[in-house]
Design a protein around this ligand. Structure first.
Ligand code: AHR
Length: 494
């Protein structure tokens, strides 16, 4: 018998706001993310504004990117910001020891990053160096960025062409301090956070939102120690979780040409995000029942074996319909945890890991993941609406994978966005939805393709793109739709 799913939308019982910052990005000095992907320099033949690619700015503006994390990642804990200000030709060249050992010429530094944020309309989220930097260096960076007085760093910024201070809210005190950021124990990092954070001052009207380095996967002890010993001094605590298809870091699986079993295991493993947020969140609740401290998922996404023929240190990978499903499932999880999750940053914006955009010299393509960010943007700052969902599910690699995933939000004008995903690689499903009597019309868009690994290439840039979806009519507050296999659908109810 053909299986069906059903859902009931509670449009009367609203929940917390889905912070727009959940749709944030992350851009690191890694591979071709910053150089080539964003920065081509003022003299490049590629069309640019003050060295930043115009085509990339246009594509990112269309996503309403709320916040952009920079300069790393692991790179942040070896980055010395003073190398990246002042006349470009005088900036020192360094080796990017973490990512491929390539030369970093520091041409993209603080002013260029802040310019990028202004051009795309995003707020900056800067990650400071705890691993190899000093409290003084971090203190001076904050002063350089936000100081409005007659101080050495503010004067230096003015001499470098920026008269008024920038507004910087989100500031990270180290990255992965349990690993590439210094291999610290949680007790040691908790003290380091307290020390470095003390010297990150609020200048003038600028008020920092201080993000401590948090845990990864199921490393719950880190969260426990940080919350107990430094919770009162932070505004946010990060969490990292990457989806690896096989769950084995030495043999992650390929971004294309993968078997159906890896489609299923990738999506099932994505749902571990829910378990990790729930469990880290429960620890945070113990110390912070009012949920003052935000959980900041500042790295998430798929991580595959590097694309054959590319520098393995560049983490370049293709992006397929499977990545679109991964993005949709993660967003639905973040929405459900909106009471605690206040920001998320996909890794990474361009040419690295689960990218929104891939570039090849002057060419640019939008990935299936880009399209999910675009289709879901109506959820940004929406009011979370609870859903009762009944769906068939299957077990893959010992993990439960529901066939249908759903999430809804209402914007300030009363419009409701209902996003849906059918995770099954080959079976469509009928969904009966009770949406309530307040709606008279529904329109929709769908992202799907015939192959599990369908993707866009520089020769065929539009293989996977959203198309209109006929959702039929709402009759007495009810809707019956067929969700095609391997699809993401977004409905707008008015
Ligand atoms: O996003 C790639 C890397 O993954 C980041 O630099 C690091 O923080 C994480 O391990």
């Amino acid at each position: 018998m053909r299986k069906t799913a059903s859902l009931k939308l509670s449009s009367d019982a609203g929940g917390p706001t889905i912070s727009k910052n959940i749709y944030g990005h992350f851009a690191e000095h890694l591979g071709r993310c910053i150089y080539e992907g964003i920065w081509v320099g003022e003299d490049s033949k590629i069309s640019n504004r003050r060295g930043i690619r115009k085509d990339v700015v246009k594509a990112l503006k269309n996503l309403n990117v709320p916040v952009l994390r920079w300069p790393g990642g692991c790179f942040a804990d070896e980055y010395h910001w003073k190398d990246g200000v002042g006349p470009r030709k005088r900036r020192p060249k360094i080796t990017n020891t973490h990512w491929g050992g390539v030369v970093e010429n520091n041409h993209f530094g603080t002013h260029e990053f802040m310019d990028l944020c202004e051009q795309i309309g995003a707020e900056p989220y800067i990650c400071g160096n705890v691993g190899s930097g000093s409290p003084q260096e971090m203190m001076e960076w904050v002063e350089y960025l936000t100081g409005d007085g007659d101080s050495p760093m503010a004067s230096w910024r003015r001499a470098n062409g920026k008269k008024s201070p920038w507004k910087v809210t989100y500031f990270g005190v180290g990255n992965e301090s349990w690993g590439c950021g210094g291999n610290m124990r949680p007790e040691y990092y908790a003290d380091e956070f307290r020390r470095y954070n003390t010297f990150c001052k609020n200048y003038g009207d600028n008020k920092l939102y201080r993000i401590a380095c948090g845990s990864f996967d199921s490393n719950y002890r880190w969260t426990e120690v940080l919350m107990e010993q430094a919770g009162s001094q932070m505004n946010g605590l990060s969490l990292h979780y990457y989806t690896v298809p096989t769950g084995i870091w030495d043999k992650k699986g390929s971004s294309t040409g993968f078997p159906e079993s890896e489609w299923n295991s990738t999506l099932a493993r994505t749902l571990k995000m829910d378990e990790y947020i729930t469990n880290h969140g429960a620890i945070m609740d113990k110390f912070d029942p009012s949920k003052r401290v935000g959980m900041i998922i500042d790295e998430w996404g798929t991580w595959y074996d590097p694309e054959p023929g590319t520098n393995p240190g560049f983490l370049y990978q293709q992006n397929t319909l499977r990545d679109a499903l991964v993005a949709a499932l993660n967003f639905h999880i973040f929405h459900r945890h909106s009471g605690r999750v206040k920001m998320a940053n996909i890794a990474q914006t361009i040419n690295v890991l689960q990218a929104m955009i891939l570039t090849d010299k002057e060419k640019l393509i939008l990935t299936p993941t880009y399209h999910v960010f675009e289709m879901f943007k109506a959820h940004q700052d929406g009011e979370f609406l609870p859903i009762e969902l009944s769906t068939p599910s299957e077990i893959h690699d010992g993990l439960n994978l529901p066939q249908v995933s759903a999430s809804a939000s209402r914007d300030s004008a009363g419009m409701v966005t209902l996003s849906l995903a059918n995770t099954h690689p080959s079976k469509e499903i009928t969904l009966k939805a009770e949406v309530g009597g307040a709606f008279v019309s529904v329109s929709g868009r769908i992202l799907t393709a015939s192959a599990l690994d369908a993707h866009n290439t520089f020769d065929q840039p539009d293989v996977v793109h959203p198309t209109p979806f006929d959702a039929g009519k709402i009759v007495a507050g009810k809707l019956a739709i067929t969700l095609p296999a391997r699809s993401v659908v977004v409905l707008t109810l008015r």
